[in-house]
Design a protein around this ligand. Structure first.
Ligand code: SAH
Length: 343
């Protein structure tokens, strides 16, 4: 194992067999985590960046089989924020020290390019010193370009899984892996800082699928990588499947830190949801970002991608002091810097 860790550190990639060995060994080996932490500290020190997450609509035209806000979930209570609501969230976030706002939502046709550009442009004007991150799904090159020109800097779009066979088991036929990958390369070409990622333990996922995810990320060279365990939601066709593993997620964070020393890697809400120490475990394995919730309180529970999704305690933007304590206890420190990628 130690030899593999050294090889991964040196080459930033392994053979499929090498990855398989690291991923399947059930012996806990601290060398992977120790090495990941060294790499992270050599690039980013002990800094942990905070991003204010604004979940601005849970309407979605897509029907991803794993997701609680899929259009077929007729029991979901839908909401959308107005531009003024969103700006209010940003104002509150700015006061709390956030310098990145992440606008995430379902693929909601109400938010036309014109409306997105209007929202992005208004945030850009009022908060010139902040980064604007969008996470609003698959769009055309022209649309992405328009948002960029309106002032957006970063875009999060997880590829979800990098093999078509598996992708097709998680999505209806009208959704295609190739289309999603094209979006990611379009975003890079335009000049966004691009984030991708995948779920760990989604139904039908194999170790080989995960290795393909790592290989795809190696090809993409993203600036940000979000991974989290799949978590069951009872209003989906996957309600009988089990949630993913916290240990596997943490191990993958450590592997990703070796592959992408400069990447911004969040300790995700899903990780914190499945394990009370999940966030801290993620940070110790190489993660350097946390994304507390900045949405208006009344709507937080409604953006339920999966069951029991955390939005209170340290996951609430308003609890920054509590979050700082936790991060410090894990050995790191929250910073309010804008936190661009250090390539
Ligand atoms: N519409 C946007 C945002 C999707 S929600 C887009 O298409 O990118 C953000 C992420 O939540 C998804 O990319 C997916 O990886 C994750 N997610 C959705 N359902 C989930 C579940 N049941 N468990 C864990 N993560 C989930």
């Amino acid at each position: 194992m130690q030899n593999l860790v050294m090889e991964l550190r040196e080459k930033r990639i392994l053979t499929r067999d090498g990855f398989r060995e690291i991923l399947t060994t059930d012996k806990y080996d601290s060398s992977l985590f120790k090495s990941a932490d060294e790499i992270r500290q050599s690039v980013y020190g002990k800094d942990v960046y905070i991003r204010g997450l604004i979940e601005f609509t849970n309407y979605c035209k897509n029907d991803c089989y794993y997701c609680g806000i899929r259009c077929s979930n007729k029991n979901a209570v839908r909401y959308r924020l107005t531009k003024e609501d969103i700006l209010e969230c940003c104002r509150e976030g700015y006061e709390l020290g956030f310098r990145t706002f992440v606008l995430q939502g379902g693929e909601d046709p109400y938010f036309t390019d014109e409306r997105i550009c209007d929202i992005v442009g208004s945030i850009r004007k009022e908060f010139p010193d902040c980064a604007i991150t969008l996470s609003i799904g698959e769009k055309s090159y022209e649309s992405y370009l328009a948002y960029y020109n309106a002032g957006a800097n970063r875009f999060l779009l997880r590829h979800e899984t990098a093999e078509s066979d598996h992708y097709n088991k998680l999505h209806p036929e009208c959704m295609k892996l190739e289309a999603r990958k094209k979006c990611l390369f379009d975003l890079k070409k335009i000049g966004y800082q691009v984030g991708s990622g995948f779920m760990i333990g989604s139904p039908f996922q194999t170790i080989d699928n995960i290795i393909s995810d790592l290989e795809f990320l190696h090809e993409l060279q993203p600036d940000m990588i979000g991974i989290g365990p799949y978590i069951v939601h009872k209003e989906t066709p996957f309600k009988e499947y089990e949630s993913g593993s916290v240990e596997m997620t943490v191990k993958l964070i450590a592997i990703l830190r070796h592959m992408f020393p400069y990447a911004l890697i969040p300790a995700t809400t899903a990780l914190g949801t499945l394990h009370p120490e999940g966030r801290e475990m993620g940070l110790r394995a190489g993660a350097n970002v946390v994304m507390p919730n900045l949405s208006p309180r009344a709507y937080r529970k409604l953006y339920d991608l999966y069951e029991n999704k955390l939005s209170t305690g340290e996951e609430a933007a308003q609890s920054r002091a509590a979050l700082e304590k936790k991060v410090e206890a894990a050995g790191y420190r929250v910073v309010t810097a804008i936190g661009n990628v250090k390539r």
